[in-house]
Design a protein around this ligand. Sequence first.
Ligand SMILES: [Zn+2]
Length: 414
Amino acid sequence: MKMSKLLAGCFFTAAMMMVGAANAGAQQNDSTTVQQEAPAMVKAVRTVEGAFLNSSAGGDRLGGNKIGYLSPNVVMEVVETTEDVGAGPLYKVKLSENRTAYIMPENVVDTLVEPGYFKTVIAESGSVSNVGKADRIALGIGARKPYLVYEELDPHVMTIDIYGVNNNINWLTQKLDLKAVKSVDLIQLDGDILRVKVVFQKNVAWGYRIGYKGNTLEVYLKHLPEKFTLKGMTVALDAGHGGEQPGAISHKMRLNEKDINLDFAYTLKKMLEKKGAKVILTRPDDRTMTMNERKAAALDNDVDFLISLHNNAAGPKVRGTSTYYKYIVNRELAKCILEQVITLPDVGYFGLVGNFNFSLGQPVEYPNALLEGLFMSNEQDEAMLADPRFRRQMMEKTLKGIENWLKRCKEACK
Ligand SMILES: [Zn+2]
């Protein structure tokens, strides 16, 4: 103990002497030269429309694991450019002192900022109000800082972490006419993370929007439908692939997945319309479409929910039906559809898949789920998919699953 203290003392003295020497040198230089180097600029990136953060530099055929979309013009410090380990070289960016994430170069514009640009800002104002079809949380942040959102059910809570922010919002007015939100609480975490904890009135999630207006972070939490019936709802159906993208091609009959998906969509559309729903087909015919165009079709029509319709492919022995969701709040919708489609005779059970990194599972503005009917790559499944009667039955079960989900939503609201 004594020895280490002594050594530490020696080191301290030596270090002081070195600092002293350096200062003396600097003073000498100051007197002989007036040239001073400008402080080095800091490498940064600025988000563009539709930018999202990844949780790692990894990736597979569906890309890197997305953890959240960001508003345009959020500037973040670049820590490094990663090696290509699946999703291509990505930027590792700093969200706060101790929190990093990854972002694709196409989601940002490179920029340089002055040292000190990334100082922690102080949030000064906040309000929660009912603005008609949604409850709105508005937080005056002072700069466009990055954020991540996590929503869960049982209980229905949303956590919004805003990075590089100190809280000085000393009152948060919460009007009594709120329809979605029960309470909002502000919690300062980890030095420079402001956590917004939203507790909802009901145990049903119907989507939200988040983004900056100026330097105010706005979160719109959609009100639930008055009635959980298809009548009066707007439903988006997305028939996967199309045009130059056939999707999976079956081995024996050379069926194109895109055609079966479109047939699913039109069949289900008719059934939904009979129940009084308005149906938006994101892909109305055999055309090539980007994922962004499909998303835009759903968002522009302010849909109540979206169902993606696909068929699967794997090794020749793998067969069965499956449904998928990205966010835990969409699990019930995917589960209700699966519970029904597996009751069809001779349909195999492949599974209920969560955390699925599918592009059309990413939007948070409305509930959504994906049905992968059967496997195009399995002979038995292929023969079933080739039969229009079977395809109709599969959509009848999908409809039943959607109706069951709406019933459960209604029950959860009691
Ligand atoms: Zn597909």
